[in-house]
Design a protein around this ligand. Structure first.
Ligand SMILES: [Zn+2]
Ligand SMILES: [Zn+2]
Ligand SMILES: [Zn+2]
Length: 174
């Protein structure tokens, strides 16, 4: 669901409000980082975003990108997600529908999915334990349709107790 540039008006207002509330100034670098983040509909590490920002302004440091991503998360514009490779990924959060993830342990492809049935079952399970859920993140690791045929038979029967080695790859716009 890519959005047009002028549609980020609300996101920019939210960000401005948040940095002012945090006692920070609006800067050209923060604005550029926000703009590039909003334009990139993907799961990004701070490193990934840093390289995208570098293409447009080489004076922006990695720390600035990292801190700005933290601000975006606090402001509710970004959400942190983890895919089991010890990295923190960020994705759009504001005005985005809830979804869960399937992660290919061979090529690192990340598939977003939503199942009303699974969502309902999770609520039912919580209710059974008198638990009030606030949020959840369902992740399924395995092999994507492109990778299944390349794998030897033994890999297709990895027990659910095994820890797969995950190499997450983000596909970014050139
Ligand atoms: Zn879900
Ligand atoms: Zn794959
Ligand atoms: Zn996602």
């Amino acid at each position: 669901m890519a959005k047009k540039k002028e549609e980020f008006k609300k996101e920019k207002e939210i960000f401005l409000e948040h940095i002012q509330k945090s006692g920070l100034r609006k800067t050209a670098q923060r604005d550029l980082i926000l703009e590039i983040f909003l334009k990139t509909e993907d799961h990004l590490t701070s490193e990934d975003l840093y390289w995208l920002v570098q293409k447009q302004d080489p004076t922006v440091g990695h720390t600035t990108v990292y801190r700005t991503l933290k601000l975006l998360t606090e402001a509710g514009l970004a959400r942190e997600v983890r895919f089991g490779d010890n990295k923190t990924y960020y994705e759009h959060h504001y005005d985005h529908e809830h979804h869960d993830h399937m992660i290919c342990t061979n090529c690192g492809k990340v598939i977003e999915f939503f199942s009303p049935e699974i969502e309902a079952m999770q609520d039912e399970a919580a209710e059974k334990f008198g638990f009030v859920p606030t949020h959840h993140s369902l992740r399924i690791w395995g092999f994507c349709s492109d990778c299944q045929h390349e794998l030897p038979d033994q890999h297709q029967t990895v027990s659910s107790g095994a820890q797969p080695r995950v190499r997450v790859k983000s596909v970014m716009e050139g």
